[in-house]
Design a protein around this ligand. Structure first.
Ligand SMILES: Nc1ncnc2c1ncn2[C@@H]1O[C@H](COP(=O)(O)OP(=O)(O)OP(=O)(O)O)[C@@H](O)[C@H]1O
Ligand SMILES: O=C(O)[C@H](O)[C@@H](O)[C@H](O)[C@H](O)CO
Length: 241
């Protein structure tokens, strides 16, 4: 039985997030079966939160484990949003940049875009680390990974082959190139320079409607607005499951 030791339910803010505004409870809709293979569209209703730490009168956990991959080009806010989501949902957080080999970091630091060959082992390392967190008892894990191409996302989609009841969700942070160039340009002490943003958009394959495991978040607003929007969309997606 997976449970957190005296920790808030998944989907609820942690004790340590006192400084983080508590997300207002959102009416999680009751799914209405649809013919499409998208997540069901639903009417509004309040659904109890997914509570992984059980007492006798609480329903059993859904039984699913979740990998939330926070994706998008350089500067879209992956690290910022992932940290917020991980803290709000009391989940471990894997910073994808920390799993790049030094050769990749040096390449990007010199303004040289990575190639497919540079990314395969990195993507597999992220998938394996996420699976390690799940197999060690975590109900979910938040991972940052640009995952710019459909085939990169497919590397992570293989994860449920190794762990039953595991669901993969991609949170795609969407913004225009100009917005991200400005944000990367204003950022301090990071190896990724604003000049690299263009190359990221050059290979970006925004998720298509076939990729029904994708939650798209517009990140043109303030960081606080994007944090709340992303958290609510994730909670909605879980509620519909
Ligand atoms: N919604 C937002 N509004 C304004 N600034 C933002 C927003 N989201 C992130 N930022 C800022 O933009 C910069 C990039 O954010 P962050 O490092 O989280 O992006 P990232 O996708 O992880 O970048 P990289 O892929 O290069 O690691 C940071 O300085 C961050 O504070
Ligand atoms: O796929 C890529 O080109 C890389 O993952 C980059 O996106 C970096 O990881 C990140 O954006 C910079 O920190």
């Amino acid at each position: 039985m997976l449970s957190y030791d005296n920790r808030p339910a998944m989907g609820q803010p942690s004790q340590t997030s006192a400084q983080t505004p508590t997300p207002t409870p959102i009416p999680i809709p009751i799914p209405i079966p649809t013919t499409s293979n998208h997540l069901p569209v639903a009417s509004s209703a309040t659904v109890p939160s997914t509570n992984m730490s059980r007492t006798n009168d609480q329903p059993p956990p859904t039984g699913h484990q979740h990998i939330f991959l926070i994706t998008g080009p350089a500067g879209c806010g992956k690290s910022s949003i992932a940290a917020f989501i991980a803290e709000s949902m009391n989940l471990p957080y894997i910073e994808g940049d920390e799993f790049h080999p030094q050769s990749n970091v040096e390449k990007m630091s010199r303004g040289i875009p990575l190639t497919d060959a540079d990314r395969w082992d990195w993507l597999i390392a992220l998938r394996e680390e996420a699976l390690r967190k799940i197999s060690s008892g975590s109900q979910g894990v938040v991972v940052t990974c640009s995952a710019l191409k459909r085939k990169y996302r497919d590397v992570i989609r293989v994860a449920p082959y190794y762990s039953h009841d595991l669901l993969v969700h991609f949170v795609y942070l969407h913004a225009t190139e100009d917005v991200l160039v400005a944000r990367v340009g204003a950022r301090q002490n990071h190896y990724m320079s604003a000049s690299m943003v263009h190359s990221q958009f050059g290979i970006l394959e925004a998720p298509s409607s076939e990729e029904t495991d994708v939650i798209t978040v517009d990140v043109s607003g303030s960081l606080e607005e994007v944090e709340q929007d992303a958290l609510q969309k994730i909670q909605l997606a879980i509620g519909q499951i």
